[in-house]
Write a protein that binds this ligand. Structure first.
Ligand SMILES: [Zn+2]
Length: 185
């Protein structure tokens, strides 16, 4: 950040009085510009014994496979955001079910919230964000071409839970190059 979004003056990176972290502080109107993590919301979309996967046609991780997910918007709930992202990325209409996983990704300042969701019809397909959208059996999941560690962990938990006959809520932290909490619990 170089300029204040309130008044347009320059900002200085400093620790405000009473704070513990560096912030961008306006040199003119003294507004403190806090920066906080972003929430990413998405779905495991189920149709019978298959799951909907999307091949990314945008960066980052262009050409790799993901679950439909994206940045939560102001004015919506996490469930609404997950359904909206699924429509935008896969042209798929879903009914949101149970919350399934929460991942902290502190090194990139993100929090993932993933729901299980029921696909309501088969009118899904490619979009401007996904070059290919398909329903996969477990054996068809492109495990070697997944876009994100969060997606890999979620799918690993999902199939382990399904074999165990009970879905559980999973919480984990994904660190740079290391994955904590990625064993099914
Ligand atoms: Zn200002």
């Amino acid at each position: 950040m170089k300029f204040c979004s309130e008044c347009g003056a320059g900002v200085t990176l400093k620790i405000p009085d009473g704070d513990a972290l560096y912030r961008h502080v306006c040199d003119h109107c003294h507004t403190i510009h806090y920066q906080n993590p972003k929430v990413i919301v998405g779905c495991i979309v189920e149709w019978e014994d298959r799951v909907l996967m999307c091949k990314r046609s945008i960066e980052p991780r262009h050409g790799l496979w993901t679950l439909p997910a994206g940045y939560m918007e102001n004015g919506e709930t996490t469930a609404q955001g997950a359904a909206r992202e699924t429509l935008e990325e896969a042209n798929a209409v879903v009914e949101i079910g149970e919350i399934y996983a929460l991942y902290n990704v502190p090194h990139i300042n993100q929090v993932y919230v993933l729901y299980r969701a029921q696909l309501l019809d088969l009118n899904f397909g490619p979009t401007s964000e996904s070059s290919e959208v398909k329903l996969c059996h477990e054996a068809d999941i492109p495990w070697d071409h997944l876009a994100f560690a969060t997606v890999r962990n979620t799918l690993q938990h999902y199939y382990a839970d399904r074999k165990a006959g009970q879905y559980q809520f999973h919480v984990g932290t994904i660190e740079r190059g290391v994955r904590k909490g990625d064993k099914p619990t």
